[in-house]
Design a binder for this molecule. Structure first.
Ligand code: ATP
Ligand code: MG
Length: 240
């Protein structure tokens, strides 16, 4: 569960997150959409404190990310993040990419991490690619390894930032399929995407951002067929 309360974020003079209030319940899938520069990535990056906020609060399972008593490194282990540009370690195999953090950061025994890593590769449909290096994998396969790597830390929440945007169109489906599977298993997810089909089918809630604000938030079916705000209508009309 993630709660944003009155969150404001500035880059210098640029006010990029404006009074953001948002609650993501356990097991909920919130899809964040909106035009370029509206603050979607910044919202996700603030969640694990890759960016500092200037006011308001973000709480993960009741624990404030800005509290001095919060160990941000421990808290980050509970947040899995996958970006547009899968940054796998090029000199490590798919399996090694996955086992690295659990063994080094969490002290999971090598054997146990490997077994778990193989299970995860199986889950993302890459059981046969354990020993492949990133360069030997397609973009879609690399992105699925990146998701498995994030899952290996057993996060409570997964954040996805345009994970399919850099992929060839025919590879998008396999990655969205993995995300849909995760959603079905009850993972709590915040997903920034331009894939409106995914938003409509998988999201429990769609959040539209524009100019640093949440301008509309609601049930996907309702949002896509009968949006409340002019801003949402305008955004949707540009997609068609
Ligand atoms: P896109 O759809 O293009 O990814 P976005 O909704 O993710 O856009 P953000 O990347 O969150 O938008 O950017 C929001 C605003 O913050 C923009 O005005 C951007 O220029 C600014 N911004 C983002 N990152 C930085 C940074 N590191 N330093 C300064 N300004 C930044
Ligand atoms: Mg972005």
């Amino acid at each position: 569960q993630v709660v944003f309360e009155g969150v404001n974020k500035y880059f210098g003079e640029n006010h990029v997150l404006k009074d953001i209030d948002l609650g993501v319940e356990d097991g909920e899938v919130v899809v964040v959409i909106g035009p370029s520069g509206s603050g979607k990535s910044t919202l996700l990056r603030c969640t694990n404190r890759l960016e500092e906020i200037q006011s308001g609060d973000i709480r993960l399972e009741g624990e404030s990310i800005t509290d001095d008593r919060t160990d941000i490194n421990v808290l980050r282990q509970r947040i899995g993040m996958v970006f547009q540009h899968f940054n796998l370690f090029p000199h490590k195999t798919a399996l090694e990419n996955i086992t690295l953090a659990p063994t080094k950061v969490k002290g999971v025994p090598e054997r146990e991490a490997e077994q778990k890593g193989r299970d995860l590769l199986d889950e993302v449909g890459l059981a046969k690619k354990a020993d492949a290096y990133p360069a030997q994998l397609s973009g879609g396969q690399q992105q699925r390894v990146a998701i498995a790597r994030a899952l290996a830390m057993e996060p409570h929440v997964m954040l996805f930032d345009e994970v399919t945007s850099a992929l060839d169109p025919e590879l998008v489906g396999e990655v969205l399929g993995v995300m849909r599977g995760l959603a079905d298993e009850g993972m709590t997810m915040m997903v920034v995407t331009h894939e409106m089909g995914f938003a409509r089918e998988v999201a429990d809630r769609v959040v539209l951002m524009a100019d640093g604000r949440i301008v509309e938030s609601g049930d996907p079916e309702h949002f896509f067929t009968d949006p409340e705000t002019d801003r949402a209508k305008q955004f949707l009309s540009k997609l068609l």
